[in-house]
Design a protein around this ligand. Structure first.
Ligand code: PEP
Ligand code: MN
Length: 401
């Protein structure tokens, strides 16, 4: 640690996966503009979601969380938002009818613009540039200009997220007249703390701090260190929060997260998103679920069957097989059934478009190049998402009697 840092900074935990912004003055200006901007979501809405998730924790509801791995400015349109919503609602209806449970819809939307990367730089043909970290940070094109982190992009994210939420709210109003009451919440990974912290503000009613960027924020597998800056940030906000847990997570780590993020054991406050991989879920998940239950945790357990099942196809495309996705969900339900706990939900990378990014259920490996459009991880297309819901519905149908 540099001797130039004041002693108080010793207490500030390190934030992993943050971009190196080349222009500190520009960053200061952007942070100040975000600090004085209107919040995108209301504390009261976040409280409603916490209550919905409390019903999930109690086994009386199911949650469907889904959307792109990474939203992009390029793909944002009324059509893409509308089709994503339709696919999420169609999936939720399918699950709801099979399970006889209400399904809470939480989109990965209106803020999912920053990505963790395994390598800070990327080398192509002898040229090394910063990795693409999502549209919130830099551009995907492999040029020095595009890859240089630009804090002004966070203002673009704020504008895009605001416009997306405006579309969501309008579409919900339009559908409400046709379909009755429909609710949708928005969520994203709280990765970029230079975006999240300035958009956090106290609720006028209680003085509690709420993230203004989305209803539910989660911390990913790579930034979930109990003493790290991301978990510290989640611990300070009153929104419902989630943490991804992979196959290397130990019961002690998960218990430390429960203690840190949900010391009062408040149902709906904390969601744990298990992303184990189809080959690990049956052995890696039970000790975690059991230790949380033993510690009195009232968490929601959600299955992310995407991130543990990624591989490179011979064509070079990063993909996932539909059968592995279904197998992980099946294992997740088996584990909860055998422990007598509630399989609370699904977390999917999906889209309303008929892309060809995941194989199986109608997409052959040779189809991958046809519509491979993701900016990051491969998504289930609309048909694959609905097919998964149908099959999950079958395995989750309560046994009569
Ligand atoms: C993601 O959700 O896109 C992601 C990076 O997941 P994880 O943190 O589980 O790896
Ligand atoms: Mn992803």
């Amino acid at each position: 640690m540099s001797a130039l840092l004041p002693p108080s900074s010793l207490a500030v935990p390190e934030a992993l996966q943050q971009p190196v912004w080349p222009d500190p003055e520009a960053l200061r200006t952007v942070r100040e503009r975000l600090r004085t901007a209107l919040p995108l979501v209301l504390p009261t809405e976040c409280d409603v979601l916490r209550r919905r998730l409390a019903a999930v924790a109690a086994g009386k509801a199911f949650v469907l969380q889904g959307g792109d791995c990474a939203e992009t400015f390029r793909d944002l349109s009324l059509g893409t938002v509308s089709r994503k919503m339709d696919t999420l609602f169609g999936t939720a209806d399918e699950l709801s009818e099979a399970m006889f449970l209400p399904v809470v819809v939480v989109a990965r939307l209106a803020g999912q613009y920053a990505k963790p990367r395994s390598q800070p730089v990327e080398t192509r043909d002898g040229v090394t540039l910063p990795s693409y970290r999502g549209d919130a940070v830099n551009g995907p094109e492999f040029t020095a200009e595009a890859r240089t982190p630009d804090p002004h992009r966070m203002l673009q994210v704020y504008a895009a997220a605001g416009a997306t939420l405006n579309a969501v709210r309008s579409l919900l109003t339009e559908r409400r007249t046709a379909l009755g009451q429909r609710e949708m919440f928005v969520s994203h990974e709280a990765l970029l703390l230079d975006y999240e912290r300035p958009l956090t503000r106290p609720d006028a009613r209680t003085g509690d701090s709420y993230a203004g960027s989305g209803h539910l924020l989660w911390v990913g597998e790579r930034t979930r260190q109990t003493d790290g800056a991301h978990i510290e940030y989640l611990s300070r906000i009153r929104n419902p929060v989630a943490v991804k847990v992979g196959p290397t997570a130990t019961p002690a780590e998960v218990l430390a997260l429960v203690e840190r993020l949900d010391p009062d054991r408040e149902p709906g406050r904390l969601t744990l998103v298990a992303r184990m991989g189809a080959d690990r879920v049956r052995d890696a998940l039970p000790p975690l679920v059991e230790s949380v239950a033993a510690a009195g945790g009232q968490v929601v357990w959600i299955c992310d069957p995407m991130h543990g099942n990624t591989y490179n196809a011979p064509s070079g495309h990063k993909t996932r097989h539909f059968d592995a996705v279904l197998d992980e969900v099946t294992g997740f339900f088996e584990v909860h059934r055998s422990l007598g706990t509630h399989a609370g939900g699904l977390h999917l990378e999906m889209t309303g478009e008929e892309v060809t990014e995941c194989v199986g259920a109608g997409v052959a490996p040779a189809d991958l190049p046809l519509r491979y459009e993701t900016a990051c991880d491969p998504r289930l297309n609309r048909s694959q998402t609905l097919e998964l819901a149908r099959l999950v519905g079958e395995l989750a149908t309560p046994v009569a009697g």
